[in-house]
Design a protein around this ligand. Structure first.
Ligand code: PGU
Length: 451
């Protein structure tokens, strides 16, 4: 019999200590642990887990593509699944400016590793709001925005959704059809009910603007609407500025609440300001909205998990009360956010030279993606691949929504070791001049041999 702490007490500390003891004794002496924790000493060793009923879950439709890719021994394999930037050599890229900022951080001996506040690094929050809303935004000047550091884009969406589920009168969120696969799960788990609005028209491979206006027009007043700020994922199709203006007028007239997902600022056009136009239009009218920002793509900080949630309110007083409630959402979820990534971002955004260097590197990434679009389009034309492939050039951002069906995708994976999501989305950022011919061969074979 192992010692137990705090007999008869149910304090959380005692329970944790006992769990730790059980863990330690089970690794050093399996017999002892089985005797003491199995429900019945006679039950079989195979079935004695309290989790034996747990069924295996499916792989994630996007991140699971990388899992499959990693298992493939082929030297010609190509991962166009996940939206992650690669160089012409096919390697992940750490921006030079990020290396410089990190060096500064390492050299600064005054830096400490204490907890950040619940809302994160104050300077990071301020600079993130400036980045998306614009340095001269009246809403910033009037202190009507609360910005909290969150765990990249996903965490920002989740915190925003949890806040809305608790404090907003309408619990229905409309998401575009199609959209990033994780949206439905994030919003459902936060307690929102998810509906969709028409967005993409497969016939034109463009925006179904009429369908979008009809669906938002018939949404209940006050409903939340998820909008991709730019570089819509997975379609690469964005509304024009005129169309954004029509969407804004419709949403404001019906009191629909905009929730912007900004995961690609700078990646659509190469310009940080141009890619934030949609958001800024909605803030300029004085109305309220939410915005989730990610630095995964535009600073290449994927694994640092750095992002921000902003809620634009009517008054400074409301904004400060909203922030007090965001803290109550965050504290029991992960207490406070990590310090390293946010410090890198703050170092770059605060320093004019580093900021300028960043915009140049960002533009180079966006330009390389655009050049891949041209190369792929040329390669298909050279092969006389059947079909209209002009959308490869027209679509913007990281992805091309090819129009290939799931059978054609499976064929390309099996025969050509090209990995992509089953909806036919390819990450243009994963391509290089060297791999374009291989992809073009695969697409040509898929559309001529698989229907
Ligand atoms: N929102 C959109 C529209 C996205 O495309 C992504 C990432 C996120 C939010 C979340 O990004 P964070 O990494 O949390 O900042 N989508 C990529 C990356 C892989 C994934 O699914 O998370 C993609 O390939 O779709």
């Amino acid at each position: 019999m192992r010692p137990e702490f705090g007999h008869g007490s149910s304090s959380a500390t005692d329970r944790r200590l006992n769990a730790l003891l059980r863990h330690l004794s089970s690794s050093s002496s399996p017999m002892d642990s089985r005797d003491s924790i199995s429900a019945s000493p006679t039950s079989g060793f195979q079935n004695d887990s309290v989790f034996s009923h747990v069924v295996r879950g499916p792989e994630d439709p996007i991140l699971g593509v990388t899992v499959a890719y990693n298992k493939d021994p082929s030297p010609n394999k190509l991962n166009l699944g996940v939206g992650a930037y690669r160089t012409e050599e096919g390697k992940p890229l750490v921006l030079n400016v990020v290396r410089k900022a990190e060096q500064q951080l390492v050299n600064d001996r005054s830096r400490i590793k204490e907890y950040l506040p619940i809302v994160g690094l104050a300077e990071f929050n301020k600079l993130s709001a400036k980045l998306i809303f614009g340095a001269d935004s009246p809403a910033i000047r009037e202190n009507r925005i609360t910005t909290v550091q969150c765990l990249s884009g996903t965490g920002s969406l989740r915190v925003g959704a949890e806040f809305l589920a608790k404090h907003y009168h309408q619990r229905t969120i409309y998401i575009p059809l199609p959209t990033w696969g994780n949206h439905t799960k994030v919003f459902n788990l936060a307690g929102l009910s998810v509906k969709s609005y028409r967005y993409y028209d497969p016939a034109t491979r463009g925006l179904n603007f009429q369908g979008l206006l009809e669906d938002l027009g018939s949404a209940p007043s006050g409903a939340i609407v998820l909008l991709h700020a730019c570089a819509h994922n997975p379609t690469g199709v964005d509304p024009t500025l005129d169309q954004w203006e029509r969407i804004r007028q419709l949403m404001r007239s019906k009191g629909l609440l905009p929730f912007f997902d900004s995961a690609y600022q700078g990646f659509a056009s190469g310009s940080l300001d141009a890619d934030a136009q949609s958001v800024r239009m909605f803030v300029a009218d004085g109305g309220e909205c939410l915005a989730a920002q990610s630095y995964a793509k535009n600073m290449g900080l994927y694994g640092e998990r750095v992002g921000a949630l902003s809620i634009v309110c009517k008054t400074a007083d409301v904004a400060s009360r909203v922030e007090s409630q965001l803290k109550l959402v965050i504290r029991p979820m992960y207490s406070n956010p990590p310090i390293h990534g946010a410090s890198i971002v703050a170092a770059i955004l605060r320093d004019r030279n580093l900021y300028n260097e960043w915009t140049i590197e960002l533009k180079a990434m966006a330009d390389r993606i655009i050049s891949m679009r041209h190369q792929l389009s040329d390669a298909l034309r050279a092969r006389s691949t059947p079909g209209d492939w002009s959308h490869i050039i027209k679509q913007i951002g990281m992805f091309t929504f090819t129009g290939l069906n799931s059978k054609q995708v499976a064929f390309m994976t099996k025969e050509y070791h090209i990995y992509m999501t089953s909806d036919g989305r390819i990450s243009m950022a994963g391509l290089s001049s060297k791999t374009v011919p291989h992809l073009a061969d695969a697409i040509h074979a898929a559309v001529t041999r698989v229907v």
